[in-house]
Design a protein around this ligand. Structure first.
Ligand SMILES: C[S@@+](CC[C@H](N)C(=O)[O-])C[C@H]1O[C@@H](n2cnc3c(N)ncnc32)[C@H](O)[C@@H]1O
Length: 330
């Protein structure tokens, strides 16, 4: 198996950075990609690359970004061998966590109904048409595609999970021209104070950050003046000032640090220098929204809740509840 040829997948975004005179970011990203794919390649990259290459070429394919499932369709039915290759390629990219997607007639029922989150968030956003957007911790890029469907001029998603990047490329391979890219890097790997984006999303990331205030400041640095932050994170009930720090795991998840109350989160945003912060949605995560499927066969939310009291996690903490907050950089 040859080394993954990453360059063609990043030509567009690197050219975009050049066109915006973001030369420092261009240089930094190029060396990060060389590091990830050439110097220290992940042990599964060859397998994921092989799965990606199995997906059939369908020159007439079209992608619909405005449905609950991101849908790749073709006017003509795929041949039996095409369908077999498709199934095998998509299975090779399991587990599929964020979606759903439909590739021709194959529906990928992902662990998460990410479309439900989008439906909760989208009505509260400033019109995305013409906006330049950053989606921090974008997973498979499901929401990035929905942002492009809503008219965004350019979307950059970042997520360190390399399998997510291959799932993203599975869709992108069927899209003719879409100013949507997924960079396999962490928030901390971006240059500070980019001041480039009209909207920055951070959904499902804040509780993974040991220093949530620093995360908010990093997010603020990505926005131009007047830009919009869309923050979605786990919260708990409680007064201003209260936040929960789990002793170890939360709902079996490692790496969970702070679960603030909504008033605490608003205070953090205020202290970080955002204005007009408002809670637009609070929803309990259900076992209908996050569950095991045929495309994600590991344990899921129902296994992480107390079997005798499903309002609590298996560790005895309040069950997952998420808030979405929209704020502005002055
Ligand atoms: C709970 S998922 C949320 C995915 C998607 N944003 C959503 O809301 O459905 C959190 C994602 O954040 C990513 N992540 C964790 N730490 C990160 C960091 N420091 N920078 C960027 N992404 C991070 C993880 O790889 C994971 O895909």
């Amino acid at each position: 198996m040859t080394q993954f040829d990453w360059r063609p997948h990043f030509t567009d975004v690197l050219q975009y950075l050049e066109s915006e005179n973001r030369n420092a970011w261009h240089e930094q990203l190029t060396s990060q990609l060389i590091h990830r794919f050439e110097q220290q390649p992940h042990g599964d990259v060859a397998r994921w690359q092989a799965a990606l290459e199995q997906l059939p070429d369908v020159p007439q394919a079209r992608v619909d970004l405005n449905r609950s499932a991101i849908t790749v369709a073709s006017p003509a039915a795929l041949s039996a061998s095409g369908l077999e290759a498709l199934e095998s390629g998509l299975r090779g990219l399991m587990p599929w966590r964020k979606g759903p997607f439909t590739f021709f007639d194959t529906r990928i029922d992902t662990e998460w109904r990410s479309d439900w989150k989008w439906d909760r968030v989208a009505p509260h956003l400033s019109d995305l048409s013409g906006r330049t957007i950053l989606d921090v911790g974008c997973g498979s890029g499901y929401h990035c595609w929905r942002m492009a469907g809503a008219g965004a001029k350019r979307v950059i998603g970042i997520d360190p999970g390399l399998l997510f990047m291959f799932q993203f490329l599975a869709v992108k391979g069927y899209v003719m021209h879409a100013p949507v890219d997924l960079l396999p890097v962490r928030m901390e790997d971006l240059p500070e104070n980019l001041e480039l984006f009209d909207t920055t999303f951070s959904m499902g990331v804040l509780y993974h950050r040991r220093s949530p205030l620093d995360h908010l400041l990093e997010l603020k640095g990505t926005l131009r003046r007047g830009g919009e932050l869309v923050l979605e994170t786990l919260v708990v009930d409680g007064p201003e000032g209260y936040s929960l720090m789990p002793e170890d795991r939360y709902g079996q998840m490692r790496n969970v640090w702070f679960l603030p109350s909504c008033p605490t989160l608003l205070r953090w945003l205020d202290r970080a220098g955002f204005t007009d912060a408002r809670v637009v949605d609070v929803s309990v995560t259900t076992t209908e929204e996050q569950r095991q499927t045929d495309w994600m066969r590991f344990n899921s939310l129902s296994d992480f809740l107390d079997p005798h009291d499903p309002t609590k996690t298996i560790e005895g903490y309040p069950g997952p509840k998420r808030a979405t907050i929209i704020a502005r950089k002055p």
